[in-house]
Design a protein around this ligand. Sequence first.
Ligand SMILES: Nc1nc2c(ncn2[C@@H]2O[C@H](COP(=O)(O)OP(=O)(O)OP(=O)(O)O)[C@@H](O)[C@H]2O)c(=O)[nH]1
Ligand SMILES: [Mg+2]
Ligand SMILES: [Zn+2]
Ligand SMILES: [Zn+2]
Length: 496
Amino acid sequence: MKMEKQPAEINYFFRDGYHEFGETIYETFQSCGDVIVDSWEAVVESAEELYENARDVITLDYEPFQSFFRAIGYAFVFGLSLGRLIISAVMTPVICAVLSAIQGTVLLLVMLGFYIAYLIVTFADWVYRSCKKISSGCPNCQNKFDLPAYVCTCGRKHSRLVPSAKYGVFVRHCECGRKLKTTFFNGRHKQAGQWVCPDCGYELDGSLQVDIPIPVVGGPSSGKTCYISMAISQIEANAESKYGLDFSYKPNDALGDDYEENKQNMENGRLPEKTNDLRLRYYQFYLTPKGEKVRNLISICDVAGEAYERNDEVGSQIGFKYANAFLMMVDPLSLKRFREEVADTIDLSKYGASEKGMDEVLDTLINNLQNMNCLNSKNMIKTDVAVVFTKCDIPGLEEKIGDTAVRRYMQENDVKSKYEACNKVCEQFLIEYEEDNFLNSLKSKFKSIQFFTCSALGHVEDGSDFTPEGVEEPALWLIDKASASINLKNFWGKKV
Ligand SMILES: Nc1nc2c(ncn2[C@@H]2O[C@H](COP(=O)(O)OP(=O)(O)OP(=O)(O)O)[C@@H](O)[C@H]2O)c(=O)[nH]1
Ligand SMILES: [Mg+2]
Ligand SMILES: [Zn+2]
Ligand SMILES: [Zn+2]
């Protein structure tokens, strides 16, 4: 792969090496040519003198006696010059060629050394990155890449600060003269300077990290924002004590970050505002096992539910394509039959009942993912999905899909895993309320799905504190699946 031009000095062997090599050969052969020319001239000159003197001797025209001795002298000079010509015409080129060949070989060996070092370092870098799943994403333009672009303290942008045979394997010199480290191993990410998105220039964190974007999918008022705020604050509260993970929220000012505000509001029993943004809004936090150097940067992405009513809106957002997993929010009240059943007993507006059918939301998502080439050879989407029934504080739901229902199913069917039972119970619920379409699409299109039930609030808004139930589990399940370093198998009772 050819690297675009970097604002760095070209490695000596690339810039001067070739040039100097050529120059030396040229000079060597040129001086060799000079010797031949000189010798030739001497031969011609002595031959002429010899001829003239010999002629004088023969014709006895002019000082025949002296001419005779001069002729002998010139014959001698002629012999010497001829010898020199023969030697310089035959031997010098051979010597020049041998010297050049030696020089060329040495240069070639050094270059080869560079290439081998380059290949080894690049390969090691790749292995390390692949094993750790190192990647970065941009919460502004939603792109994903293996490495952000580096901006030197002088302002010059190095789009690929990686080992290169041309600019340097371990280090390169910026045009400003600064020495820049180019690999994970020697602290590339620790040096002064800035890391930015290679596409939009948005400032990013250049530390070693694994980018895990998880869009939250659901129609308008399905409970996405309540869930996200509550799930992140629950993970924040329990990360260390319960899961032994380090949590650190990363405020994101690409599109404005209202996590703190939502959290505060919800802690005081108030609801977050309706989301108006049709673009994915990334709520980002680091979640990493203690002592692990490569941090996971989790992005839970919210969007106004209306986005799922518009194909073009989802289709224009590359973030969906790069999603590691999806959190599918299902408001039980969006199941038409269920909504009709409970309409007489509860005040639907208090629950912010979502009227948008989940099958339509899912269709929009699947169509767009198909267009984005996210299908594998079996025509399935390679992404894990957590299907989360939210608002499970709705009266009567506990009996149908809540813990009570799950426990009962486990007892009656001798099922050991509560997750397996939860899947069965939720599937039955969907079938009972005629949502077969939604269920079939889910099961046929995604690599793996797991159902969850939760309540972000615990009860309708009444001024009292909210009491979330089961909100962190679905998010952590997906994070565990996506992250190489996080392992919560003890919590699930199996490896996910
Ligand atoms: N009882 C109860 N109501 C909830 C729960 N979660 C959400 N709601 C209600 O549902 C409404 C909508 O929730 P949001 O989180 O704003 O929904 P959203 O999916 O973000 O909606 P958009 O921003 O319009 O896409 C809230 O105002 C609450 O009234 C819950 O766990 N229990
Ligand atoms: Mg919202
Ligand atoms: Zn510089
Ligand atoms: Zn960007």
